[in-house]
Design a protein around this ligand. Structure first.
Ligand code: NAP
Length: 539
């Protein structure tokens, strides 16, 4: 793991001023305690000191005390791992095993603000569920510093621990700092949430879905809000916060359209999970998450983004009615920029062992496999980029491809060769084995027709994407034969006022094409709303 600096001089001046303002208005003191082996002085311990020092410069409301692991308070509070942060133990039961570095800085910032405010900031709907829980819930959320999806799930849990401190306790566990706990829970992907040792969430959930999962003690997939949920009138609702949606948002607002964007997961879509993006104009090479952060910062200057919220229903008409897990929108137009989901391999054992060694995100889960043996399945740009990423982080990776030539760009293939990453050609994975977690795979050589067994700790899958069209199908939007949204040159679908952009339309699936489609769709929507084609009389 790299050390992550977080000192004040790295924070832009305007953000600093905003944070100082926020922290100076917090009514409550925020007591932080760190327990660590003094002699150990590992990167997590150092990172905690560094991060907390930066926050303490923002506010004197934050106090910090550091104790050795054999201190009587460690025994009294049952602290077992070094380092552990204990947060405001007089009011809440929130702990952090590891350190809030990388993506987790956001979770830590929000935690400090909520603790300082003494408020959970849960939506009304989620608060009702959490506050109604009347028996103990011991939550554990496994995270990693490189996982863009993790803050959403960790923040859900923090909010629950603040909303119902009598019943809810929380441990945020960095899988790199405490691999033994991850092993104990067989948590081989992040984020994963457990309550009373039962898995309640695999991947990021909206806070309402998390709340019901915690209440029912089983992963839920959907939450329908009460009928009295807030109603918001707008010109345009964009569904999806990837490059297409973000660009459309910027263009629509700048054209004068009141615009709301709803994104159920992390902003940035697939790009946020791409270790390195090559060929995006203006950047020879840029980290996927870094590019997303630039786009999101830009979009936020214009668009109101409702993140962690999911569109559950749409009723076409004038206006179009959009129901999310939290509120209702009425809109004159709807843009579906729902992107694509990773394609499953379809091998036996794959779904059973998902999160138990089967992974679709090398960026998120790679650190767990450092020094271990994995296969990466696929032959396109994603598989090669991610194999290189795993290799550079010290994972022993072998590429498995079903043909004898790669689909990836020449530049990446050369890089693969230079790094001596082994490739199994003409090979398919027929079955993934393991009781609690991945132990081996059955390989099938499609030239010799021979099967063999390869012991591995992980199976990473990057074999392309399937369009996310569940919502489009539910509304009655017509699809192409390949399952993408059917649209015309103005990105209009078969339903008046409903448009599409980005990977959900098919085509080249490059970031640059998605942003182009997003801008074109927004301009078409603007023109159509001035002069609606569905109201024009035939000439
Ligand atoms: P992709 O280009 O569609 O490649 C998918 C790969 O998976 C192919 O090699 C394919 O094999 C293999 N495959 C598909 N189904 C399979 C199955 N059932 N079993 C085994 N193998 C299977 O997908 P991608 O690599 O995810 O890339 C998606 C898009 O993102 C592309 O447009 C790509 O250019 C872009 N991308 C760009 C960058 C960048 O930095 N510019 C980085 C990553 C991705 P065959 O070759 O035999 O069909």
């Amino acid at each position: 793991m790299q050390e992550h600096g977080n000192d004040q001089d790295q924070i832009p001046q305007d953000v600093m001023k905003q944070l100082q303002g926020t922290f100076s208005n917090l009514p409550n003191a925020i007591e932080l305690f760190m327990f660590a082996h003094p002699a150990e002085d590992n990167v997590f311990t150092k990172a905690n000191r560094q991060v907390i020092r930066a926050f303490r410069q923002l506010s004197d409301k934050i106090t910090f005390r550091e104790y050795a692991m054999d201190h009587e308070l460690a025994q009294k509070w049952g602290v077992t791992h070094s380092p552990t942060l204990v947060i405001a133990p007089d009011r809440y039961r929130i702990r952090w095993i590891g350190a809030p570095v990388g993506e987790e800085g956001r979770t830590f910032l929000e935690t400090l603000i909520f603790v300082g405010l003494g408020k959970s900031h849960l939506s009304e709907q989620a608060a009702r569920v959490i506050e109604g829980i009347d028996s103990p819930r011991r939550i554990k959320v496994f995270v990693s510093p490189t996982c863009p999806y993790c803050p959403q799930e960790a923040v859900n849990a923090v909010k629950a621990a603040i909303a119902n401190p009598e019943q809810v306790s929380l441990e945020i566990v960095d899988i790199q700092a405490a691999p033994d706990i991850a092993e104990q829970y067989q948590a081989q992907s992040v984020p994963q949430a457990f309550a009373n040792d039962v898995m309640i969430g695999l991947g990021a959930q909206s806070e309402e879905v998390f709340a019901v999962s915690l209440q029912k003690m089983a992963p839920q997939t959907i939450f329908i809000p009460d009928s009295d949920a807030e109603e918001v009138a707008t010109d345009l609702v964009i569904v999806g916060g990837g490059p297409a949606g973000l660009t459309a948002g910027i263009y629509a607002v700048r054209s004068g359209l009141k615009t709301a964007m709803v994104e159920r997961d992390a902003l940035g879509g697939q790009v946020a999970l791409t270790p390195v993006v090559e060929n995006y104009p203006g950047f020879t090479q840029v980290g996927g998450k870094a590019l997303v952060d630039i786009m999101v910062t830009h979009a936020l200057q214009y668009v109101e983004i409702f993140q962690g919220e999911e569109v559950v229903d749409v009723t076409p008409g004038d206006p179009i009615r959009v129901q999310t897990t939290r509120r209702k929108f009425t809109a004159r137009a709807l843009l579906l920029a729902t992107g694509a989901n990773h394609k499953p391999l379809g091998a036996a054992g794959e779904s059973r062992l998902s999160g138990r060694g089967v992974s679709y995100c090398a960026t998120c889960d790679g650190p767990l496999f450092k020094g271990r043996k994995v296969v990466m399945v696929g032959g396109g740009n994603s598989a090669v980029t991610e194999a290189l990423h795993l290799h550079h982080m010290g994972v022993e990776v072998t590429l498995v491809h079903r043909r004898d030539t790669l689909r990836a760009q020449e530049f990446l293939i050369k890089n693969l060769e230079e790094n001596h990453i082994p490739i199994l050609w003409n090979t398919e994975i027929k079955e993934i084995h393991g009781e609690q977690r991945v132990e081996s795979v059955t390989l099938f050589d499609n030239r010799t027709q021979k099967a063999s067994n390869l012991p591995v700790d992980g199976v990473f899958i990057a074999i392309g994407y399937e369009p996310s069209v569940e919502l489009a199908k539910k509304i009655g939007v017509a699809l192409t034969e390949d399952g993408y949204i059917q649209h015309d040159a103005q990105h209009r679908t078969n339903i008046a006022g409903i448009y599409s952009a980005g990977d959900v339309e098919g085509g080249y699936k490059q970031i640059v094409t998605a942003t182009g489609q997003g801008s074109a769709a927004a301009m078409a929507i603007f023109e159509d709303l001035i002069n609606p084609y569905w109201q024009r009389k035939p000439a």
